[in-house]
Design a protein around this ligand. Structure first.
Ligand code: HPA
Ligand code: ZN
Length: 337
């Protein structure tokens, strides 16, 4: 009989918290630097990997934005997306809702259209080759003013049919959700789902603001919710999905050690927690690596894995019929236990 770990690794999965810029592996970064005649400020792949020793979110973001400089052309964004989806498929990811940070690129003079067309091209190839489905979620950078986010939304409008939702990422502390109330209201008025990073490094109050002011459909991370009992009850009652990224949280020192992660508490209190990889190239961890690390720390049983993986399909932004098909396939998979 397969073990809970084997069942989890081989199950069909959805990934809902994944920054495409965070999938840039050093090998691809150097290949793109060469293709675009750019010098990366690191003496080779090993030296770059050695820099992946982060003390907090900001120390990671500094490197993440620096490496994104190698992404210049439509082909670069296509290759990035395709490389991620190829790798995710090895972990049996069948559906990915992918964040992208247009401001990181438009600030360097890369047109919005170049970014979007490249990412779309990669997603279309993965769909044609492997049947994988992808959605694109445009994230606003919260360390920049809301006016910049509004300008980015204006740039996105000609492509609005190709954008499946909006999000909020980058440096959390000092940049509360309240700062983005107007732009989120416009995104919602376009009929799009909205999400926000909250309660990663920031306090539970940021999660409450994201719910009350931004009216988000999901919370990204949300792992500090456990510090507020009333918030935990609300998240459970309303089944607000949390896109949890365990290896990211350990690598960015939100938790000292995986055994201190709050994922078991979230599940025990019946929150709709999901498992995701965030920035897998930087955190040494794709979906499968996250599953293995969580299992090493918590030894979840088959029922818990079934719930955790089904939550991602439930929390996805695809139509109800497709969700039901995926959940039925997952139920069949876990019936082997
Ligand atoms: N948090 C906030 N912003 C980000 C992250 C994250 O984990 N990854 C990429 N941008
Ligand atoms: Zn993230």
């Amino acid at each position: 009989m397969p073990t809970p770990l084997e069942l989890a690794l081989t199950a069909p999965k959805a990934e809902l918290h994944l920054h495409i810029e965070g999938t840039l592996e050093p090998e691809l970064a150097f290949a793109l630097a060469q293709r675009n005649n750019i010098r990366l400020p690191y003496d080779g792949i090993a030296a770059l990997r050695e820099a992946y020793d982060f003390s907090d979110l900001q120390s990671f973001l500094d490197l993440y934005y620096a490496c994104a400089d190698v992404l210049r052309t439509e082909a670069d964004f296509r290759d990035l997306m395709l490389a991620y989806l190829r790798r995710a498929r090895e972990d049996n990811v069948v559906h990915a809702e992918v964040f992208f940070d247009p401001q990181t690129h438009t600030a360097r003079g890369i047109p919005f259209a170049t970014v979007l067309r490249g990412l779309k091209a990669g997603a279309e190839t993965a769909h044609a080759e492997w049947g994988m489905s992808t959605q694109l979620i445009l994230c606003f950078l919260r360390h920049l003013p809301e006016e910049d986010a509004l300008a980015t939304l204006a740039q996105a409008l000609p492509f609005i049919d190709e954008i499946d939702g909006f999000g909020l990422d980058s440096s959390e502390l000092g940049h509360p959700p309240a700062k983005f109330e107007r732009v989120f209201a416009r995104c919602r008025a376009l009929g799009k789902p909205v999400v926000a990073h909250a309660g990663e490094e920031g306090p539970p109050a940021y999660i409450i603001e994201a719910l009350d002011l931004l009216k988000v459909d999901r919370i990204d991370h949300g792992v500090r919710a456990t510090e507020d009992a009333a918030l935990m009850q609300r998240l459970a009652r309303d089944q607000i999905p949390l896109t949890v990224c365990p290896l990211s949280n350990v690598r960015l020192r939100v938790f000292e050690d995986m055994r201190q992660h709050t994922l078991p508490q979230l599940l025990a209190q019946n929150l709709c927690a999901t498992l995701n990889s965030d920035d897998p190239a930087y955190f040494d961890g794709y979906m499968g690596d996250n599953i293995r690390a969580v299992q090493a720390a918590f030894d979840f049983n088959t029922t818990t894995w079934h719930t955790l993986l089904a939550n991602a399909f439930r929390a996805s932004f695809v139509p109800a019929g497709r969700k039901a098909t995926w959940i039925a396939a997952l139920d069949t998979h876990f019936a082997k236990a």
